[in-house]
Design a protein around this ligand. Sequence first.
Ligand SMILES: NC(=O)c1ccc[n+]([C@@H]2O[C@H](COP(=O)([O-])OP(=O)(O)OC[C@H]3O[C@@H](n4cnc5c(N)ncnc54)[C@H](OP(=O)(O)O)[C@@H]3O)[C@@H](O)[C@H]2O)c1
Length: 401
Amino acid sequence: MKVFLTGPSGFVGTEVARLLLLQGHSVVGLARSEARAEGLRKSGIEPVLGELCHFDVLARAAATADAVIHTAFFHTGDYEEGSKLACTAVRAITEALTGSGKPFIMSSGTDILGDTGLAPVSEEFPVDPHHSTRPTSRVLCEREALVAAGKGVRAMVLRLPPYVWGNGDGFCPLLHIQAAHKLGRAYYILPGTQKTCGVHVEDLARLYLLALEKGTAGSIYHATASSDYTAREVGEAVGANAGVPAEGISQEDAHRRSIWPDWAIDLFALNNAASSAKAQKDLGWTNLKTGMLQDIAANSQAELVCPSWERHRMSRSLRGLAQTASRALISTQHASGHQQQRFAGDLPYKANKYVESWGTNREHIELTYKFDRDNLWIIAKWVVAFPTLLPHAEAQTSASV
Ligand SMILES: NC(=O)c1ccc[n+]([C@@H]2O[C@H](COP(=O)([O-])OP(=O)(O)OC[C@H]3O[C@@H](n4cnc5c(N)ncnc54)[C@H](OP(=O)(O)O)[C@@H]3O)[C@@H](O)[C@H]2O)c1
């Protein structure tokens, strides 16, 4: 099957793409820069250049694929804005698929459930888009996707839990860990007994593929492996990782001190417990990993293998040097054994020193390129002291050309 995947360079999308390829599918991935496109090619993914706001690109790629999986999300800092853009992108994709019977899988979140109470709720739990504790645009985006199920699209929604973890990565685990390092405390919102849910990214990727294979039109599936973690337990695991004490804080004080983004404070103040019984029964999604707390607590070391250097034939010009540097692969090896590789990206060819902050919200690496006519030095330095990386903060390589 030829699958059009948005967000193939993201945490979730990378794993989904890896599994799709492993199972013999071909993947066309949305890339918003040539550097990303180059990285995708290296992984066996055919890139299509474009952004979520390029509706014609999305529509064309969807129409020429056998299935679409949507994992991209534009993090502007304003969650509502990002969800609004996602909503129009979903409309463009599903309109292009109308009447085709092709599968379309949209990524949503259990955050739209708002306060669930302690017991895990099913997909039938009512969701009011205008309730103050819910992200309105994300709810409307889900509805946009499901409308397509009535128009001849096998449209489905996967609701991801706040804690997607694994491979030394995951947005919320790293959000907590970074904050704990900065504040010297691993905070959790009081009373600390509120429940939250999580899933390992590899199990999550398996669910996308199961839904692709046998999910039914109009279905919502909760993608949770466990809803049994309390806010306090998460705080304690984060504290163990960061080597700082865990401490409860009121929701008001958390906002006043801006310990995390507002949406995260409000989400972690609630019970967010969602049952995946439906996905397990209907799709055969089993053998789920639940050791999130141990993983967060233990995953405090990883090895820096950065940067690796690829020699290329090139002209003895600064331009040639900069172009070669753009193709340099930067590798990070996490404690779990997971290895991430990314390209340095497009560099200007202005000598003599260029500093770029490279990465995403998970990897903050400052790369300094220094070059003269004969040598190029790449110095990698962690801007944010991620606990998932070894303490040695600097690596240097040089090459004569
Ligand atoms: N991870 C979680 O814990 C979690 C929890 C609940 C829900 N979700 C949802 O699951 C989905 C995937 O999450 P994730 O953690 O994989 O996100 P992520 O790691 O931040 O990846 C986002 C992906 O979207 C791409 N992207 C961002 N803005 C774009 C734009 N304007 N046009 C085209 N592509 C764009 C990024 O490309 P670049 O590589 O170029 O930046 C990247 O490939 C999102 O919808 C997220 O809200 C995630």
